[in-house]
Design a protein around this ligand. Sequence first.
Ligand SMILES: Nc1ncnc2c1ncn2[C@@H]1O[C@H](COP(=O)(O)OP(=O)(O)O)[C@@H](O)[C@H]1O
Ligand SMILES: O=c1ccn([C@@H]2O[C@H](COP(=O)(O)OP(=O)(O)O)[C@@H](O)[C@H]2O)c(=O)[nH]1
Length: 244
Amino acid sequence: MAQVPSSRQPKYKRILLKLSGEALMGTEGFGIDPKVLDRMSLEIGQLIGIGVQIGLVIGGGNLFRGAALHAAGMDRVTGDHMGMLATVMNALAMRDSLERSNIQTRVMSAITMEGVTEHYDRRKAMRYLGSGDVVIFSAGTGNPFFTTDTAACLRGIEVDADLVLKATKVDGVYNADPMKDPNAERFDTLTYDQVLDLKLGVMDLTAICLIRDHKMPLRVFNMNKPGALLNAVVGSAEGTLIEG
Ligand SMILES: Nc1ncnc2c1ncn2[C@@H]1O[C@H](COP(=O)(O)OP(=O)(O)O)[C@@H](O)[C@H]1O
Ligand SMILES: O=c1ccn([C@@H]2O[C@H](COP(=O)(O)OP(=O)(O)O)[C@@H](O)[C@H]2O)c(=O)[nH]1
């Protein structure tokens, strides 16, 4: 397991990390790049090494998104079911990579899939987290019309995480989409209400309202920046912190 300097002590004991499905495809246009999984496992191993308890939610956008399937003519609920199943595939791939790095991992699913994953059970998940296992919460919330961002916030609140972390392709939250506006400026911190009032497209409104109502802090950071995850967990300025 990767070593980190002992000075880097965690500020947060238990975190819920959300990885977008798209991030898993690396430079490919679809699917899963094992190199990305292994890099994430290395970074997660560093956190385990300093005693952080980790819940993971992985999106499915590298495989299927209900809204996109619907736009192409499919029934929306069927599309969302396919999207949720895609997150289970990503979770199994991530578990495989974590376990090859000797990190004990559990996959739970909000949709019953006996023989493939455990069914989501909050109390069991809390026990697994408490004993140091990584728990991957798959199949989103189990309901259509939601996103895995909302699932991450929901599970984070349910399992009493100290912080929800959204790993994404950009360096944090900006005053405009930085992929479209080269002059966009990044915020170091934001309140929940600022995110809502300024309509900052970093997470869907359901997710932001949920964390606002439960006062769950959220940090948005760039998952392609080596060491950014560790920085965020030791409390260094990294990306954008949303709270208050
Ligand atoms: N105000 C904003 N600040 C940061 N990113 C934004 C903003 N508005 C839109 N985005 C876009 O949101 C994306 C991050 O969301 P994410 O959920 O990781 O991606 P996706 O929606 O493709 O799964 C970024 O790649 C960025 O282009
Ligand atoms: O609670 C949930 C979570 C996800 N999804 C479906 O799963 C897809 C993949 O999730 P998401 O788009 O959040 O993945 P990401 O953008 O993070 O890769 C979504 O588009 C939805 O179709 C859903 O129906 N309910």
